[in-house]
Design a protein around this ligand. Sequence first.
Ligand code: PHE
Length: 349
Amino acid sequence: MSDPTAAFADYEREATAALAAAATPDDLEAARIEFLGKKQGRLRDLQKSLGSVPKEDKPAVGKAFNEVKTRVQAALDARQAELESARAGAAVDALDVTLPGRAPHRIGAVHPLTRTIAEFKGILGRLGFTAVDGPEVEDERHNFNALNIPDDHPARDPLENFYLSAASVGKGEGPLLLRSQTSTVQIRVMEQTPPPVRVISIGRVYRPDTIDATHHCQFHQMEGLMVGEGVTMAHLKTVLTLFCRAYLGEGTKVRFRPSFFPFTEPSVEADALWHGAGTGDGGAEGRWLELGGAGMVDPNVLEAVGYDPEKVSGFAFGFGMERFCMMRHGISDIRLLTENDVRFLRQFG
Ligand code: PHE
């Protein structure tokens, strides 16, 4: 080697340029092998050429060689760090943390009817009413006879009920039917329990109605029954008023209109004057909404279950539940409650 110093300078210049020009980790690795590779490449060639340096020059040339090598190595390290931080920066730019996740977790929602059932049970539970259930397939005793509904009553018309012809072999009880009202549970409870009783029963009832936005062939009723000594209509009105205030809002009033049911005497239709609490509906004057039937349990019913009508009295009420639920949640069509359309159901999450 004629002039090792010149060769070092060439090497350093070319190495620095190649490292600076490396745009990717692969480029950089290729430059590293070419300029700093241990087994072959430019550095190795320079090292080999040191063998021909005169002995007295060796310390100085060796030192210069090491210094060049150290600088080129430092240039490599610096470029490597640069490329890495550029890559990390690009990754951060590609991640928009304000975007929603790709597969958000869907959390199920409680069905509005289920929610209404739970709320009704909660409110009446606080008033001392225990929630009980009864069967949906009933015999005529519980759906009619014990409720003082005579054989010739229009409510017993086969066209008004879902009789189960195939299953009509009860134990001498006559034909079976899908219950048309939850008043059946009044009878079942009183048959099993001596007074006093204070129960509600929420469940499905079935009637062959033409289905439209406000009618269905199956819907829910909440039955209430309170029997004991000295129970009066004032208790009925108090319970209904407290219930309506809890569910519909503080200012809600309850009114009674005279009515008729075979199993209550006197019988009323109960309405609530509702100011639209919770939905902004109803206006300043509010509007009367029908709650359902109610009244004082007829003495014939008390007798039919073995209670003494001279000793105890009671009230009962039976409300359609869907109407409450629809009003409270602004639902305009009863069919939505049973169609299982997730677009509808998701709104109740
Ligand atoms: N069972 C009656 C109906 O379905 C409602 C009712 C229940 C009326 C209890 C009075 C007492 O219409």
